[in-house]
Structure formats: structure tokens, C-alpha cells
Design a protein around this ligand. Structure first.
Ligand SMILES: [Zn+2]
Length: 198
């Protein structure tokens, strides 16, 4: 039996559009929207989300840049990383285009805050609470939101190489798995071929 493809572990738990809409509705504060939006629309890892600073965001270029390293005095970084935060892998340092829906949320939240101010554990807890309020039966774990982001980009026709870059994966195969198994996109592409032959 082949093992599960890396990067796909959460695919079956990813959210559908109705669940995404429900979660937006139950985000009661701008901080909730910032947290949920960065996971579902920018595909950030939780560790990246909790370390995001205003300096990562360039509104002129409409980008979020995850730095190669950042000094940090959070408990985890002080005790486990000598006060230096780094992305999970070197591919984690990347520049992401800001989704138009996310932009006003970033503008509003970052105008008054230089970061989320929550630990990774609190992000998990808050997402769990939001799912409960939204009556979503399975828990939308933060990495499933990242997976949902990847699925959406695959639907919209992104190439494997670009998807790998934007999600910060080390291996192209993680992105290929999403693009390859996108049913909607496969049917649309074959429709285009059929129409072209009529
Ligand atoms: Zn830290």
C-alpha cells in the first residue's frame, strides 16, 4: 500500500464553499477575520500566521513576504530556537500575492496591531470554537484551511510549480497531487477540448 501523499493528509477534511461562508459569518472580530483569512486565503502555516508582522506586508505590491528568519521573543522561539524564528523549511520563505478579499482585512487589522498576538495553541482553540459556532461537524484544523486554499487555487487553474512556491512546499509532488486530482479542472479542460472539436 502506498503511503498517503505528503501534503494531502487533510484533503478529505477540507472545507466546501458553504462551510467557508459559514465561518466568515461567525468571525465576530477583525482579529478572527485576520486569523481565518490568512489561513484560508493566503495559505499560511499557523507558525507563519502567529509570527506575521506588519513589515511582512507590502500593500503597494500587494504581497506578503515570509522572511528567511526573524528575531522573536515568544516562548517557543526563546526556549527552542535561541530567539530566532525561521519558516518550517527554506521553501517557507516566499512572497505571496494578497487575495483581494484579504486585503481590506489586512489593512484594517494591521493598522492597529503588529501581529496576531496569539500562540499556536490559541489559534487551534479559536478555530475549533468558530467551527462549533458555525455548526461545522468536523474540526477545520488550521492545516486543513491551508489545504482548502491549495484546492481553490488548483480549481482556478494554477500550475503545480506556482502552487508549490505559494504554499512553501519543499517538494513539487505535494503541489502536483492537488493539481492532478482536481476533478472540476479536469472536466473543464476536457470540455474545452470537446468544444474545440465540434
Ligand atoms: Zn516566536
Amino acid at each position: 500500500m502506498p503511503g498517503k501523499l505528503k501534503g494531502l493528509s487533510c484533503k478529505e477534511d477540507s472545507l466546501n464553499q458553504q462551510e467557508i461562508n459559514m465561518l466568515w459569518l461567525v468571525c465576530s472580530s477583525i482579529r478572527d477575520k485576520f486569523m481565518f483569512g490568512c489561513l484560508i486565503l493566503a495559505g499560511l502555516r499557523v507558525s507563519e500566521l502567529v509570527h506575521l508582522k506588519r513589515s511582512w506586508v507590502n500593500f503597494d505590491e500587494s504581497t506578503i513576504t515570509v522572511p528567511v528568519r526573524q528575531n522573536c521573543d515568544c516562548w517557543e522561539c526563546l526556549h527552542k530556537r535561541d530567539g530566532l524564528w525561521k519558516p518550517k523549511t527554506k521553501h517557507g520563505a516566499r512572497t505571496i500575492r494578497i487575495d483581494p478579499q484579504l486585503r481590506p482585512i489586512l489593512e484594517e487589522y494591521l493598522a492597529g496591531n503588529d501581529g496576531l498576538g496569539l500562540t499556536r495553541q490559541r489559534v487551534w482553540q479559536r478555530m475549533k470554537d468558530l467551527c462549533r459556532v458555525a455548526a461545522i461537524l468536523h474540526n477545520a484544523y488550521p492545516h486543513c484551511l491551508r489545504s482548502t486554499c491549495a484546492i481553490e487555487l488548483a480549481h482556478k487553474g494554477i500550475s503545480s510549480a506556482s502552487l508549490q512556491y505559494l504554499l512553501g512546499w519543499s517538494k513539487l509532488s505535494s503541489a502536483e497531487a492537488y493539481v492532478r486530482s482536481d476533478r472540476t479542472r479536469a472536466l473543464e479542460e476536457v470540455d474545452e477540448i470537446y468544444v474545440g472539436h465540434v
